[in-house]
Design a protein around this ligand. Structure first.
Ligand code: GA4
Length: 321
């Protein structure tokens, strides 16, 4: 790992490190790719994938439709329903009072809940199909690398009642004073605050505008360089629990967009289990180690998640003392 520079942010007293997170070419030899992914999940909980197989036109179409949506007047966007938790949200994240300099649309990604009634919903359906397949492929490579049965993790995301989500985040440029995004006087530099993702695996695609950072702990943050040709992948809390802590559900955040003229857009798929799925580490992985976490269902984990703030380390509640 190359660490060329280490600069201190004088305002927040945080260290920013220029580290390149692993970039994994999925067109490589399967057994080798599987090992690289496992290593990245253990060391960073985060990596990028290229040659991922999701067709460019599907990604582009979803991006165009997302920009078209966020360009609409605020009143129109609010008509799709407010964030409880699904629907449109502006500056509020979740229901517990967390805020950020962004607007977003949070959707259920279960294919049976997507109705093909508009160009937008067709774009969502095609995009979800592509990223869901990619998520399952990566989970199957992880299973191979860990030498556990092929579908140990992917079957939950493939299940018809998987609770997966799609989140479209829009971080407007600082110059945006239009009526589509209200600018407050107390705007902070944080777009989406520090947190880990609760689900199994997150697959994120953003346009070419920077903002995403991952935590190395102790207030050290690593900016992730934007690459619209790659997907960024991170381990979620459930995968940390299912690997008995061998993989890390890395904390990350998005800085508010500081670009003068360009919006940052991220399209995030959260691969989740069905509500009644039982979250536990496969016996082949536990071997002679003691389990670190209690056995729980995704529904239990979710209700704990929604009862707490964004920055909480939720898995702590499920630790075996
Ligand atoms: C963080 C990851 C996903 O964006 C999300 C978020 C969810 C929400 O926006 O409704 C939560 C947050 C996320 C974790 C803690 C709770 C719930 C906001 C919040 C304060 C959709 C998810 O699954 O968990």
């Amino acid at each position: 790992m190359v660490v060329p520079s280490n600069e201190i942010n004088p305002i927040r007293n945080e260290k920013i490190r220029e580290v390149e997170v692993p970039v994994i070419d999925l067109s490589g030899k399967r057994s080798k790719v599987a090992k690289l992914i496992v290593k990245a999940c253990e060391e960073y909980g985060f990596f990028k994938v290229i040659n991922h197989g999701v067709p460019h036109h599907i990604i582009k179409n979803m991006e165009d439709e997302s920009f078209e949506f966020f360009d609409k007047p605020l009143v129109e966007k609010e008509q799709v329903g407010s964030n409880n938790p699904f629907g449109y949200g502006c500056k509020n994240i979740g229901l517990g009072g967390d805020t950020g300099e962004l607007e977003y649309l949070l959707l259920q990604a279960n294919q049976t809940s997507i109705h093909h009634t508009s160009e937008f919903s067709c774009a969502v359906s095609n995009y979800v199909e592509g990223v869901k397949e990619l998520t399952c492929e990566i989970l199957e490579l992880i299973a191979k690398g860990l030498e556990v049965p092929h579908s140990s993790f992917s079957q939950m995301v493939r299940s018809l009642d998987s609770d997966s989500l799609l989140r479209l985040n829009h971080y407007p440029p600082v110059s945006d004073t239009s009526h589509t995004f209200p600018r407050g006087s107390n705007s902070t530099s944080i777009g989406f605050g520090e947190h880990s993702d609760p689900q199994i695996l997150t697959v994120l695609r953003s346009n070419g505008v920077a903002g995403l950072q991952i935590s190395l702990g102790n207030d050290v943050w690593v900016p992730v360089s934007p690459n619209p040709l790659a997907f960024c992948v991170n381990v979620g809390d459930v995968l940390q629990a299912m690997t008995n802590g061998r993989f890390v559900s890395v904390r990350h955040r998005a800085m508010a967009n500081t670009s003068l003229n360009e919006s940052r857009l991220s399209m995030v798929f959260f691969g989740a289990p069905p509500p009644e799925a039982i979250i536990t580490c496969p016996p082949e992985l536990l071997k002679e180690n003691e389990p670190l976490y209690k056995v729980f269902t995704w529904a239990e984990y979710k209700s704990h998640t929604y009862a707490h703030r964004l920055a909480v380390t939720r898995l702590d509640h499920f630790n075996i003392a």
